[in-house]
Ligand binder design. Structure first.
Ligand code: C2E
Ligand code: MG
Ligand code: MG
Ligand code: MG
Length: 291
């Protein structure tokens, strides 16, 4: 019977569930400590124009320096997003980025735009625009140099709330990018409803761009749609030169991927920007691979 099956499956599954729950709780506690003890680090991945390789922007990507191990977000971001850490960690990332941008400016580096990933609870909790406005003011960074990246799902869950918050951010002058574009439950109508500045074409399409006719067709369709809507198109996960060439020929605005550079520390990005500045000064063209 169902009852018997239910009882048996509970007896069978309970130890496993408990082990997973305990592990998750330990991870959450570790992350709490990471926030309190400044173990989080932001790395930056350059975004360049496909024809030129000059760094125009960077994406801020969170890492956790746990002792000697650098833990990637795939191992913990989900736990953050499903706990009360999501708002404070999100705020920490934004502040770390703005503080860094201030340091780069004081070092005399050329301005670059930085985009920060934002998760759903940060949008729906309310107050994100106020927090960002206060931090922009504190570090004296122009809003146009900050973008936020969110995935399509964030817009569809609670569209009214998302729209209100995005309009507040937009009013400050912050750009909004849709991340992993093409993988969500795309109802394209939201592109007319929400203030979107950039589409970031998901890595999965970019990966197969040169080898799979259908991925190529999807990328071209997204690029043409972005152009017609006057939205900036960014390709993520560019790993080889053929992909770069196609994206350049098809008018993609910016590219990002291991071909150009892996995400790097703030200091390494600073050295890349300095090298670029020197190269420009001496009229040398920038090198293809930065890292
Ligand atoms: P994302 O926002 O889509 O970021 C791009 C991810 O693709 C990064 O992984 C980046 O290292 C990786 N990537 C870039 N170029 C290439 C490439 O050419 N090939 C391959 N295979 N991968 C490439 P990362 O840093 O591990 O971040 C994973 C995800 O974690 C991010 O995906 C984002 O959704 C989330 N995340 C990272 N930092 C934050 C943060 O500060 N806040 C929030 N809420 N989420 C974050
Ligand atoms: Mg992103
Ligand atoms: Mg992405
Ligand atoms: Mg992603």
């Amino acid at each position: 019977s169902a009852k018997r099956r239910g009882r048996r499956s509970i007896a069978f599954y309970r130890p496993e569930i408990t082990a997973a729950a305990v592990e998750r709780l330990a991870l959450e506690e570790g992350l709490r400590t990471a926030l309190a003890e400044e173990q989080f680090v932001v790395h930056y991945q350059p975004l360049v124009e496909p024809q030129q390789n000059g760094i125009h922007a960077a994406e801020a990507l969170l890492r956790w320096q746990r002792g000697s191990e650098l833990v990637m977000p795939g191992a913990f971001i989900d736990v953050i997003e499903n706990s009360d850490l999501v708002v404070p960690v999100g705020r920490w990332v934004i502040e770390a980025v703005l503080r860094q941008m201030r340091l780069w400016r004081e070092a005399g580096l050329p301005e670059i735009r930085v985009s920060v990933n934002v998760s759903e609870p940060q949008i729906t909790a309310g107050g994100l625009a106020e927090t960002i406005a206060e931090l922009l003011e504190r570090y004296d960074i122009p809003a146009r140099l900050l973008h936020i990246e969110l995935i399509e799902r964030v817009l569809l869950h609670d569209p009214k709330r998302a729209l209100t918050e995005l309009e507040r951010l937009r009013a400050l002058g912050i750009g909004i990018a849709l991340d992993d574009f093409g993988t969500g439950y795309s109802s394209l109508s939201y592109l007319t409803q929400f203030p979107v500045d950039c589409l970031k074409i998901d890595r999965s399409f970019v990966n197969d761009l040169a080898t799979d006719r259908r991925s190529g067709a999807i990328v071209r369709a997204i690029l043409s749609m972005a152009r017609n809507l006057d939205i900036c198109a960014v390709a993520e996960g560019v790993e080889d030169i053929r992909q770069q060439r196609i994206l350049a020929a098809e008018g993609c605005n910016l590219i990002q991927g291991y071909l150009i550079s892996r995400p790097v520390s703030a200091n390494t990005l600073m050295r890349l920007l300095e090298a670029q500045q020197r190269a420009r000064g001496s009229h040398r063209s920038s090198t293809r691979a930065l890292v």
